[in-house]
Design a protein around this ligand. Structure first.
Ligand SMILES: C[S@@+](CC[C@H](N)C(=O)[O-])C[C@H]1O[C@@H](n2cnc3c(N)ncnc32)[C@H](O)[C@@H]1O
Length: 477
């Protein structure tokens, strides 16, 4: 059994993180997500001492929430009226089932290395202790103990009963599964499985401060296994705390997924150009654009708090200058922010369901509702149509989303072409799916991964980018 090194399975003592505290914090996070709050926001409010361990457990529970819910329903058919109790039961059941699967020779899949695995008796003891330590849960200590012990005694039959529910089998809402089945009849299962594995730690090298070889040499000297799967990018074999990596203080690189790193490479820009990043926060792609060329850049976002992060990002990388203008406004309402000077290039990294980044945000599937898709697609249409009006003839607009739903990708791009007779579609990757390793023969498929960026790479370990969509349009003169 592997126990996370930062979590002890003994009671709280000053300076030590107990598993019971972690379970309680994870239950509070799960409760928050079930109430519609994002896991990142909820974790930000978690005691900093507990945050890393609570995150590891909460991420795992999000990836197993369908199964944990079905197990809880099988054991306690009437939903507990205390939502924290319900969440604690689901957290403990997710961990117990994972622990059991780790040693079950008949289990279909073994937990991955990133999954928190604790001895079953430890999970039961610590969940009971967690209940006892919380004023509102104290009366339910006996129930928690009884439910979890019964699960351990009767696991095969309870698991079989739970797995009759598709939610338990797939750990995604049914509507999500159906949409993927429809869009990707051959890949939907692989997509569901990929969503439950963590994405690789990918870095974008800041061309103004370092180059890939320099970063790889520094990592090698520090005993960190890494390679470069495409120009300007470095991927680590194992996730690590980024502040401890060589070059962090020096601004040599930024954390950015491989698929996201394609944006600034796809939009044709050169020194002196007047460029708009229309949905810019927190500034990853704006920074990349400025690392590539000396631009007159307007970074726009309608969320003031998030826009402040653009400033921080550019500051850290030494990219903030008088040539960069930050504007807080609705991109679709051009009269509110546009000074009348057309842009030569526009990046439209529009808001989306984020269905392509479940590896890093496993809560997203539980937060989204099916009708969000149509609402988000309508917002994207409104934004991109407005932006088309501020693009100079001869200029380029790159449409991007971190989604794998065609309504936000290819269908959106095709509808855009039908609405704008003066648009010409140029080669771009289209839909990128997070299931094909970079460097494999299959990654040369244009619909899956832009082959130009990966051909000839001899990958020492398999790497995939997040789910993303790119379409590039030129405005006829
Ligand atoms: C996918 S994120 C952008 C990520 C960013 N390009 C980066 O690389 O760091 C989408 C952004 O669009 C912003 N947004 C949403 N609706 C908007 C609107 N109507 N006008 C401008 N920005 C908007 C959100 O606040 C969010 O920061």
């Amino acid at each position: 059994m592997r126990v996370f090194s930062h979590v002890q399975d003994t009671p709280s003592r000053p300076g030590r993180i107990s598993l019971s505290d972690t379970l309680l914090a994870a239950a509070q996070n799960v409760q928050a997500v079930l109430a519609g709050r994002s896991l990142s926001d909820s974790l930000a409010a978690t005691d900093p001492a507990l945050r890393a361990s609570a995150q590891a457990v909460s991420f795992h529970v999000m990836r197993r929430l369908g199964l944990a819910t079905a197990l809880r329903e099988a054991l306690v058919p009437r939903k507990p009226t205390n939502p924290l109790l319900d969440a604690l039961l689901r957290v403990a059941l997710a961990l117990l089932e994972t622990a059991a699967a780790a040693t079950d020779p008949d289990a279909e899949s073994r937990p991955g290395r990133e999954v928190p695995v604790y001895a079953p008796h430890t999970v039961v003891d610590q969940a009971v202790r967690a209940a006892g330590a919380h004023r509102k849960l104290k009366p339910f200590k006996g129930l928690v103990n009884g439910v979890l012990r019964r699960f351990l005694r009767e696991r095969p039959s309870i698991l079989a009963q739970a797995l009759r529910d598709p939610l338990a089998q797939y750990n995604h809402p049914q509507w999500w599964v159906e949409r993927l089945q429809q869009a990707y009849p051959e890949h939907w299962q692989a997509l569901l499985e990929a969503a439950d594995r963590p994405g690789p730690l990918a870095l974008r090298v800041n061309a103004r401060r370092a180059h890939v070889e320099q970063v790889l040499d520094a990592f090698d000297a520090a005993g960190i296994e890494a390679f470069s799967p495409m120009p300007g990018a470095v991927v680590l074999a194992e996730p690590r705390p980024v502040q401890a990596l060589p070059g962090f203080e020096e601004g040599w690189w930024s954390v950015q997924d491989l698929s996201a790193q394609l944006a600034a490479r796809l939009l044709p820009v050169h020194d002196g150009m007047h460029v708009l990043d229309a949905c810019a926060a927190p500034g990853g792609k704006a920074a990349h654009l400025l690392e590539q060329a000396d631009l007159q850049l307007t970074a726009l976002d309608f969320d003031a708090q998030r826009l402040a992060r653009v400033s921080d990002t550019l500051q850290r990388l030494g990219l903030l200058s008088g040539k960069v203008q930050l504007r807080c406004a609705d991109a679709a309402d051009v009269h509110a922010w546009w000074n009348g000077e057309p842009y030569e290039a526009i990046l439209a990294d529009v808001p989306c369901t984020a269905s392509g980044v479940l590896r890093r945000h496993p809560d997203i599937r539980w937060l989204r509702r099916e009708d969000d898709l149509a609402r988000t697609a309508a917002l994207q249409r409104r934004i991109v149509d407005a932006l088309w009006g501020v693009l100079k003839p001869g200029g380029h607009l790159l449409y991007a989303t971190c989604s794998i739903f065609p309504e936000e990708g290819e269908l959106q791009a095709q509808a855009f072409m039908r609405r704008h007779g003066n648009a010409q579609r140029l080669p771009a990757p289209g839909q990128i799916l997070p299931i094909i390793p970079v460097g494999s023969a299959d990654s040369c498929s244009r619909t899956i991964w832009p082959h130009a960026h990966v051909q000839g790479v001899d990958a020492p370990f398999p790497v995939t980018g997040d789910g993303f969509y790119y379409a590039l349009f030129a405005k006829k003169g």
